[in-house]
Write a protein that binds this ligand. Structure first.
Ligand code: TYM
Length: 331
């Protein structure tokens, strides 16, 4: 079986973008592939987190994974920091990566550009893609299902793997990103030229997976559109296009079908429809999440088992790396 690895970082609440761009696409891969789905808590701490919020969110994301349809008997569900091989492999790969390629990562450039002058940038933020490469490579991953914003990082993981393979000897499988079509990039509801992000200051710009129906209706009714007034699927109407993409990603249909359905109708009808489609998708997940969070022991049993399964595979690769590099084995 080919191997799939992906992760979400618990640096904020999960958005509709995370769900449609990543999580929803993971479900269907579970039968065909051997899947590792991780909660990347070490990636979240490149910026400061409130300790108790971080702990709460990790558990909440595990519940969301399961509620959305990930099955811990088919896939390995685990927390990154529970498998120390990630951090160890990350250091070994830090010595294979170079400053130049890391400086060219657009996410790093965007994030640091947004920080005010004189605020310090953690070295973790710079090294972030190396840890991500370690995540992917220690499982001999073939496929990495992600939104388009993470594609460059997966390509870097591939470059680092290739370099390691040629300086030592064949060690890593070369991974590939898998990006879904309609949900590659769900846009900000207030500014549809940028990505929907959990770290945005304006809460009207994103929908959270756990937003109650009334909040979803309000946020969609306030979503920025345009003055054309006709439901078209075109780059000239990025707000409307984004709402169409959301519907397509949820229902698995083509944009033309949505456009045809709203011929001769206005944005008000269209937005009401979009909101109901989102609620129809998220509400059952929300109910399940609530139930799962009532039994923390059952969730703990799942992440403990996941950590064990993940550790076995990850440690094997780590030992291989250490040996090739020339580190003296303890036993
Ligand atoms: P993160 O937590 O920012 O996002 C998790 C996943 O959601 C996707 N995504 C989106 N897709 C479509 N539209 C959006 N608006 C949108 N926003 C986010 C992301 O592309 C991602 O797939 N570094 C990663 C987490 C990570 C990881 C890994 C991923 C750590 N190690 C190894 C893959 C493999 C991150 O910060 O994702």
């Amino acid at each position: 079986k080919k191997i799939v690895f992906s992760a979400i970082k618990p640096s904020g609440e999960i958005t509709l973008g995370n769900y449609l761009g990543a999580l929803k696409n993971w479900i269907g891969l579970q039968d065909e592939y051997e899947c590792f789905y991780c909660i990347a808590d070490l990636h979240a701490i490149t910026v400061r987190q409130e300790p108790k919020d971080l702990r709460r969110r990790v558990l909440e994301i595990l519940a969301i994974y399961i509620a959305a349809g990930l099955n811990h008997e088919k896939s390995t569900l685990f927390v990154q920091s529970h498998v120390p091989a990630h951090s160890e492999a990350s250091w070994l790969l830090t010595c294979t990566a170079n400053m130049g390629e890391l400086s060219r990562m657009t996410q790093y450039k965007d994030k640091t550009a947004k920080l005010k002058e004189n605020t310090s940038i953690s070295a973790g933020l710079f090294n972030y893609p190396v840890l991500m490469a370690a995540d992917i490579l220690i499982y001999n991953t073939n496929l990495v299902p992600v939104g388009v914003d993470q594609k460059q990082h997966v390509e870097l993981a591939r470059d680092i793997a290739q370099r390691f393979n040629s300086s030592y000897s064949d060690t890593f499988v070369l991974p590939e990103a898998k990006v879904s079509e309609s949900a590659a990039k769900i846009m900000d509801l207030q500014d549809p030229t940028k990505k929907m992000s959990k770290s945005d200051d304006n809460e009207n710009s994103y929908i959270l997976l756990l937003d109650p129906p009334a909040v979803i209706r309000r946020k969609i009714s306030r979503a920025v559109t345009d003055s054309v007034g006709v439901v078209n699927y075109t780059d000239e109407q990025p707000g409307v296009k984004n709402l169409i993409n959301i519907v397509c990603a949820i229902q698995g249909i083509k944009p033309e079908a949505v456009v045809a359905q709203f011929e001769g109708k206005g944005y008000k009808d269209f937005k009401e429809f979009v909101a109901e489609v989102i609620i129809g998708e998220l509400e059952p997940v929300q109910i399940k999440v609530k139930e799962l969070l009532e039994n923390k022991e059952a969730l703990a049993a799942i992440y403990r088992e996941g950590a064990q399964k993940a550790s076995r595979v990850a440690t094997r690769t780590l030992r291989k790396m250490q040996k090739k590099i020339g580190l003296l084995p303890l036993e």
